[in-house]
Design a protein around this ligand. Structure first.
Ligand code: FAD
Length: 215
């Protein structure tokens, strides 16, 4: 028999799904003042696609908003590690993007201009230097190399927990093994715990991806 969980019945925002997106939303809500927010996860945190992610991080993207968001997020990792005491497993290895023809070289030049405008620190290095940093590269095939010092990788599971624990530090709550089975548009959210609970909230974010069709 599963013991009945004690849930609050009101929350300013209810976030459904404890993957990296849901945990990040909960953290930001709590940090910026919506402390009366909760996250409901049907299983354990990071049991969806976030658990499978390779965790590659970079700031180069053809969409400047994505680049800015990625730069912001990479710089946020230190903060959530400190707040939560949870490692995100960040390895800032740096990375480069190679141009093998003039068209790609022009593209990388545009990327660098955009990055500089957004305060991101990318720079061209010589192809000889690129080959020194990565011995499998044959410099004779390339015209240019753009170096991004923020490139690297993280532990996606660690990131989810660091967001969620930081959200708790800021006053929010998350509940695992708490599947949502029904949402009522505009008003209360009915969710299910091992015993059924009803949530009354002014806002909810449905971020459950895989397996959320029944909702
Ligand atoms: C193999 C692989 C490699 C990847 N590599 C990278 C990478 O290198 N870099 C990168 O940026 N991205 C990568 N991604 C993409 C990245 O993993 C996803 O974009 C990200 O994890 C999506 O997060 P999410 O929070 O939206 O979804 P999810 O992590 O799937 O979270 C959804 C959560 O909702 C919960 N849920 C579902 N239904 C309910 C319900 N009814 N009630 C309560 N909870 C519910 C689930 O249990 C789950 O925990 C990769 C993905 C895969 C599969």
């Amino acid at each position: 028999m599963i013991a009945e969980k004690q849930f609050p019945t009101h929350a300013r925002a209810v976030v459904i799904g404890g993957g990296v997106v849901g945990c990040s939303i909960l953290f930001h809500l709590a940090k910026f003042g919506w402390k009366d927010s909760v996250l409901l996860e049907r299983d354990e945190l990071t049991s969806g696609s976030s658990w499978h992610a390779a965790g590659q991080i970079h700031t180069i993207s053809s969409d400047p908003n994505i680049s800015r968001l990625q730069g912001y997020t990479i710089n946020l990792y230190k903060e959530i590690e400190e707040t939560s005491g949870q490692s995100v497993g960040l390895h800032s290895t740096g990375g480069f993007y190679l141009a093998s023809n003039r068209t790609w070289y022009e593209y990388l030049k545009r990327e660098r201009s955009k990055a500089r405008y957004m305060g991101l620190d990318q720079e061209f290095i010589s192809v000889k230097e690129a080959a020194e940093r990565h011995p499998l590269i044959d410099p004779s095939h390339y015209l240019a190399a753009l170096w991004d010092p923020l490139d690297g990788d993280v532990d996606p599971s660690g990131v989810c927990y660091a967001y969620a624990k930081s959200a708790r530090v800021h006053g929010a709550q998350y509940y695992t093994h708490t599947p949502v089975i029904e949402t009522n548009c505009c008003h209360p959210i009915s969710s299910a715990s091992p015993t059924v609970s009803s949530w009354h909230s002014s806002a909810f974010q449905r971020l459950a991806r895989s397996g959320s069709r029944p909702l």
